[in-house]
Design a protein around this ligand. Structure first.
Ligand code: ATP
Length: 292
């Protein structure tokens, strides 16, 4: 449904996006992850036809995002990273204006979304908090029931309860067969909603995989709090990922038995074992210089 091929746009300062290539299949939720300034919004702006690429193409449902920008905008529900509102309007007035521009016949979905996100749209937008403005943006992106949703950091400014509501909304839309591309910094949100993800760094895609496969790359780790700090030396033979005072964290590579044997010889105050979370897996990629 969404095809980005060798998309390149270099700004005068040398920053930008370079040979960005990935596809989002129909009915799929695709996560676009990357640190600040990596190029997520730039790629998304090309998809919305706001920017002309130097090279490469962005296609949505067979439409060229630059040449057929008007049709693309009609097809897609878009939530920008920074929403620009019109001065002096309330949320209700803003949403009404967009509904009229889109020729929407009923506001059932709009009302449902406002209920889900629990906010008062009658508030003047200039008096709204960042989170409330974000909610207006989410309603605006979803209310006309588009087949394709492109969401740039959709949960920015939302509190944890509303982030959870947003996850519910994405899963519901996915259940209805919508195709969704969303950028985020929040890995847990990606894990709960996405089928696949691509990671961008310094304008280039460095990883593209299914969330399931990224999950299986997680390692097991064991955090040991020692009674005597000196005993840390006895644990150095293992794959130590960090040491803070009397707390040592070890990556366990199927060698639990050996570790347990050593631990049985020393005074342990606390033991905690867990699977590396998705955030750790991604952070490793953020820190690596390797490019696909
Ligand atoms: N119009 C522009 N002119 C010059 N540089 C730009 C322009 N737009 C973006 N950039 C630069 O391109 C890089 C990518 O920016 P972009 O906004 O796409 O990143 P991002 O991944 O969305 O970041 P964030 O998570 O911080 O929103 C950054 O270094 C940014 O400063």
């Amino acid at each position: 449904m969404i095809h980005i091929s060798q998309l390149t746009r270099e700004f005068k300062n040398g920053k930008g996006i370079f040979d960005v290539t990935f596809d989002v299949n129909e009915g799929e939720v695709f996560g676009f992850i990357g640190p600040n300034g990596a190029g997520k919004s730039t790629a998304i702006r090309h998809l919305m036809g706001f920017m002309k690429p130097d090279k490469g193409t962005a296609i949505i449902n067979g439409l060229d995002c630059w040449k057929d920008a008007t049709e693309v905008k009609n097809l897609v529900g878009y939530l920008p990273g920074e929403i620009s509102f019109i001065e002096g309007m309330t949320g209700t007035e803003f949403l009404k204006m967009l509904s009229e521009m889109r020729g929407m016949k009923d506001d059932k979905k709009q009302k449902k979304l406002i209920d889900l996100l629990e906010f008062d749209p009658k508030t003047p937008i200039h008096k709204m908090s960042k989170g409330m403005k974000q909610k207006v943006g989410i309603v605006a992106a979803f209310m006309h029931d588009p087949q394709v949703l492109i969401l740039d950091e959709p949960t920015s400014g939302l509190d944890p309860l509303m982030q959870q509501r947003f996850v519910e909304l994405i899963l519901q839309e996915k259940g209805e067969g919508k195709t969704i591309l969303m950028s985020s910094h929040i890995f847990t949100e990606m894990e709960k909603t996405c089928d696949r993800a691509a990671m961008i760094k310094d304008g280039r895609i460095i990883l593209e995989d299914t969330i399931e496969s990224i999950r299986t790359k997680r390692k097991q780790k064991c955090q040991v709090t020692l009674v005597n700090k000196e005993d840390i030396e006895k644990l150095r033979q293992f794959d130590v990922s960090s040491v803070t005072d009397n707390i040592i964290e070890i990556i366990v590579h199927q060698n639990w038995n050996e570790l347990i044997q050593v631990l049985s010889q020393i005074d342990v105050r606390k033991l905690h074992s867990a699977e590396e979370d998705l955030e750790d897996v991604f952070l490793k990629y953020y820190q690596k210089e390797e490019v696909k």
